[in-house]
Design a protein around this ligand. Structure first.
Ligand SMILES: Cc1cc2nc3c(=O)[nH]c(=O)nc-3n(C[C@H](O)[C@H](O)[C@H](O)COP(=O)(O)OP(=O)(O)OC[C@H]3O[C@@H](n4cnc5c(N)ncnc54)[C@H](O)[C@@H]3O)c2cc1C
Length: 496
């Protein structure tokens, strides 16, 4: 469709370009927006020049694929970029970064498109889309994998498991490696092997000045430190290299469902259990309300070791109250990693607030449970949940300043929100979640997982990174002094 339009206008446009070289916008020019939010115009001739130096597709609003390409996982964010540059190589990434910089364009970077706060798409700016960069190289002997910047978790899980190896990525296979890793990267194996960043050996990054820079423990160590938890602040990672672990066992999973009326007792037992939990556990407590409005408290667990060893461990989770129903199953790791793909599917309207919880003294713990359960029960909203995830283990055996990720003392993360099929549902969750969070946030001390960040501002981001913030500012100032990469948990560079 786009080609057709250009073909029709082709003969005419040369003449118009000459007469209006510095004049008013023409039909083929595109309204755009600068980094600072000012209105701008992208001239057609500049767009054509960009396209001629770019191997992948550069989509604009008239293109047939544009509407699909601008959609991200969270349907709440329906933005219309001026251009979507679908990169096919590192050179394409460099060309797109140069175009963004030359035109001072608001720029978003997209890998798996799962940004909960909609940062991987932007209104009237440029989206640098890495979803065409999905190659990976597995080195079975070295137990490493090099992954292109647009890969999804499932790509890596599949390749690694074919050799009896595993990474420590997250729990939904269509999530992007890019965003997940740069923010930290939690997954079922985290208590044994750490976060994704704790297994990240090297990155290659296209920085704001268009260079391709390698960062690892010996080279550009400041950048290597920053990308491990500092998000997409420093440039576009075109390649990640991870260490993998021998891991070749089916996984035992358990679900124990309790009536909502027992939620306080269940959560209290969950907290008590957490203190001495095995590093082989992935453990989540959920207050859940289904679309019919029924509330329940659920303990969901995976034993990330041999199923026979896990069986007695998982039994404990059926004793936190009087269960309505329990279930266990044994699943291959790759299949388990895909098990939530459908419930966490794209195009739903999602809102969630989240934070990190450190060790809470008994009265604080009780107060948190009361706050969490009372609001949930007294403000019934179909399709909502409160989720407490056990952190700790290997994640906390890394110093808080060893990487940019600051939450090495967190014992749990807490997340409250909902998913619905309509924008109306989503808007209700925003109101519900914000009010709920007023009660919960004080227990977090202001710390949150930047990959679940929503409604954040500069002060909150600074508070979140705490003692690591100044160092992040220094890395940002060195690699992205004009703050080209700002649609993220943005760390502002020092003014020149
Ligand atoms: C269904 C679902 C399940 C999830 N499960 C988990 C989980 O199990 N564990 C967990 O830790 N988190 C999880 N998350 C949160 C997830 O980590 C974040 O949403 C993350 O941002 C997703 O990465 P992405 O590449 O898919 O997102 P995108 O929206 O593509 O990117 C998000 C941001 O990351 C940056 N970015 C992405 N790729 C690059 C790159 N190559 N170079 C530079 N910057 C880049 C950009 O700033 C971009 O705005 C989940 C989210 C969803 C929606």
């Amino acid at each position: 469709m786009h080609m057709h339009r250009r073909a029709v206008l082709g003969g005419l446009s040369a003449a118009i370009t000459v007469s209006y070289a510095f004049g008013p916008a023409r039909a083929a020019d595109l309204p755009a927006v600068t980094l600072d939010g000012a209105d701008a115009t992208l001239r057609d001739r500049d767009i054509q020049k960009f396209k001629s130096g770019f191997k992948g597709a550069v989509l604009q609003p008239t293109d047939a694929d544009y509407d699909q390409a601008r959609r991200i996982w969270n349907a709440m964010f329906e933005k219309r970029p001026a251009l979507i540059a679908k990169c096919t190589s590192v050179d394409d990434v460099k060309t797109a970064v140069k175009f963004a910089r030359d035109h001072n364009l608001l720029t978003a970077v997209r890998c798996g498109g799962h940004s909960i706060s909609g940062q991987s798409v932007c209104e009237r700016g440029l989206v640098i889309d890495l979803s065409g960069l999905r190659k990976l190289d597995l080195d079975v002997n070295a137990k490493t994998v090099r992954v292109d910047g647009g890969c999804l978790l499932g790509d890596v899980d599949k390749a690694a498991q074919s050799a009896g190896l595993a990474s420590t990525f997250g729990v939904v296979s269509h999530t992007g490696v890019g965003g997940l890793t740069l923010g930290g990267g939690m997954g079922r194996l985290q208590r044994q092997f750490g976060l994704a960043i704790d297994n990240l050996l090297e990155v290659q990054v296209v920085t704001a000045d268009g260079r391709l820079v390698t960062a690892n423990k010996d080279e550009n160590v400041d950048l290597y430190w920053g990308v491990r938890g500092g998000g997409g602040n420093f440039g576009i990672v075109t390649s990640f290299k991870f260490g993998l672990h021998d891991f070749n066992t089916p996984i035992l999973g358990g679900t124990a469902i309790y009536p909502g009326a027992q939620a306080k007792q269940v959560l209290s037992n969950f907290f008590e259990y957490s203190a001495t939990a095995s590093d082989k556990l992935w453990l989540v407590a959920i207050l859940s309300r289904n679309m019919k409005g029924d509330a329940s408290a659920v303990i969901s667990s995976n034993y990330m070791g041999s199923p026979s060893e896990g069986e007695p461990v998982l039994k404990a989770f059926t004793t936190f109250g009087n269960t309505i129903r329990t279930a266990t199953s044994t699943t291959a790791y790759v299949d388990l990693q895909k098990q939530s793909d459908q419930t966490e599917r794209h195009d739903r309207y999602h809102y969630a607030k989240s934070g990190m919880l450190g060790a809470l003294a008994a009265p604080q713990q009780k107060a948190l449970i009361d706050t969490a359960v009372d609001y949930f029960m007294e403000n019934p909203m179909p399709g909502t949940r409160t989720l407490l995830l056990l952190m700790g283990g290997a994640v906390n055996r890394v110093d808080a300043n060893a990487t940019a990720y600051p939450h090495r003392n967190a014992l749990h993360s807490i997340d409250v929100g909902g998913d619905g099929d309509t924008r109306e549902d989503g808007e209700k969750y925003v109101q519900w979640g914000r009010k709920y969070w007023e009660g919960i946030e004080p227990f977090t001390g202001g710390g949150f997982y930047i990959n679940s960040m929503i409604d954040a501002n500069e002060r909150r981001i600074q508070g979140n990174f705490g003692p690591n913030y100044d160092r992040l500012v220094a890395v940002k100032t060195k690699y992205d002094p004009t703050n080209l990469f700002r649609l993220n948990a943005n760390v502002k560079p020092k003014a020149a």
